[in-house]
Design a protein around this ligand. Structure first.
Ligand code: SUG
Length: 448
């Protein structure tokens, strides 16, 4: 049976703004308080989805969340009507209002960890929503994420959903941003590669000194247990703490993998040789031939990687077996990175083509092409069981761009977040979106 890697991209929500909320994420910190353009952000994301669909890749869409999250503000003690809750938060605790308005759910690589059916003990596709508990504005995403994923992958014969891990720092889980799957074919058993930033309970593992390590080893181990992965089908590796301190807040800022290939920076991991040998041995047992492409620091520095998001690219397999890299425009703007990419594609290796996308609105908050997508490997039967409303088609693309044009503002700054009208605009837009994507009621304002 034929199998596919389906990319579900996060649709940028109507409150996209630059809140400076993510300590350790250089772009988020340096663009804090700039005004944003939510309409442009959503259209940039949709343009990438359309382009991939037109290239023949399977493409889906993941809905944004209800923001401002009035229920979250109520849990923090703000009371009254919805408009009063927003007004009071704006007056007494602006940073909390900003956090409750973040459109951060767009970075769906952090929505969940997904294990394909060929890897799991019960032969179903498993999803664990990420608790994202390192940052308050992201920790409020998982309940709606779970409802949206449940509405997209509803058939329990094929799909199993797990609630987010306990919401404490020891189980910090950032989803697929620290998870890669290697395989010979998407439908065959593969090796799931979990990268963690620190251990919560074992002091032998070093930790970064400056910025937080968001993913713990204990969280990765728990996800692998929940999904029923075999020991032969998993490899764990630690991120180099010094790159976290340079702004590599997720592993997908410094490495990307697909099929049998890992594309990574020389400084990305600790004990790299041991890790590569284990990946090679375990993929070998699944009939695969593991290959790695190491980008040397002499050609691309960690700073270049963080600024250009070279590794936050999508590595896609084409029908002829070669690979294509989807990179953000910022890679073209960095001379060393661009030169590296030219030599990579002309060297006769596996990666033959680079395609550049303008995702500036998302990039300014630290979200590149890979952050914006959640990969789900599915066989034909499973793909047929996905809610068809969320699969990208030319008509859906047309409907969604019109929907964005109708409902999104083209400028948002901090003061605008206090406007109670913004909440009404968002709810009106999202209510319509759930009908377009055939999701049913998934948002708090629809179910409470
Ligand atoms: O969690 N930025 C996100 C970016 C996530 C990128 N995802 C991956 N690398 N997979 C984060 O730091 C910034 C929001 C703000 O500052 O307004 C933010 O949440």
């Amino acid at each position: 049976m034929k199998s596919y890697e389906v990319n579900f991209d996060g649709l940028v929500g109507p409150t996209h703004n630059y809140g400076g909320l993510s300590y350790g994420n250089v772009a988020s910190q340096s663009n804090s308080q700039q005004s944003s353009n939510p309409r442009e952000a959503a259209l940039q994301g949709l343009a990438k989805m359309k382009a991939l669909m037109e290239m023949g890749f399977q493409q889906g869409v993941l809905a944004p969340q209800e923001r401002p999250d009035v229920a979250a503000l109520r849990r923090l003690g703000f009371a009254g009507s919805d408009a009063q809750v927003i007004e009071r938060a704006a007056k007494d605790a602006m940073p909390l209002l900003v956090a409750s308005c973040s459109a951060s759910s767009m970075w769906v690589a952090n929505a969940a960890t997904v294990s394909p059916s060929a890897d799991t003990a019960d032969g179903r596709v498993h999803f664990t929503a990420a608790n994202l508990n390192c940052k308050y504005h992201r920790s409020i995403e998982h309940p709606t994420t779970s409802r949206v994923l449940g509405a997209m992958f509803a058939d329990q014969k094929h799909f199993a959903h797990h609630a987010a891990l306990p919401a404490v720092a020891q189980f910090g889980d950032e989803g697929a941003a620290n998870h890669t799957r290697f395989c010979r074919d998407y439908g065959q058993a593969g090796v799931e590669f979990f990268v963690f930033g620190r251990s919560a309970f074992d002091t032998r593992y070093p930790a970064p000194q400056k910025y937080p390590a968001r993913q713990t080893l204990e969280a990765s181990l728990a996800v692998a247990r929940l999904h029923g992965l075999s020991n032969d089908g998993v490899v764990y590796a630690q991120q180099n703490p010094s790159v976290i301190d340079q702004g590599v807040f997720h592993n997908d800022v410094i490495a990307v993998g697909n099929g049998e290939v890992l594309f990574y920076h020389e400084d990305a991991f600790l004990e790299t040789d041991k890790m590569l040998a284990e990946l090679q041995a375990k993929l070998g047992k699944c009939g695969g031939n593991f290959q790695s492409i190491c980008v040397p620091r002499s050609q691309v520095t960690v700073e270049d990687a963080v600024r250009s998001y070279l590794f936050n690219s999508q590595l896609l397999s084409r029908a002829d077996g070669s690979m294509l890299l989807i990179v953000p425009e910022e890679c073209r703007g960095n001379e060393r990175v661009w030169q590296y990419l030219q030599s990579l594609t002309s060297s006769g290796g596996l990666i033959r083509e680079v395609k550049v996308f303008d995702l500036k609105q998302s990039m300014q908050n630290g979200g590149g092409p890979a952050c914006l997508r959640l990969r789900v490997a599915l066989n034909q039967t499973e793909l047929a069981a996905v809610n068809p409303g969320v699969i990208m088609t030319a008509p859906l693309y047309g409907t969604l761009t019109q929907w964005v044009d109708r409902h999104y503002r083209d400028r948002l700054s901090e003061n605008d977040l206090a406007d109670p009208q913004l909440l009404l605009e968002c709810r009106t837009a999202l209510d319509e979106l759930t009908q377009i994507l055939k999701l049913g009621a998934v948002y708090p304002f629809q179910i409470n």
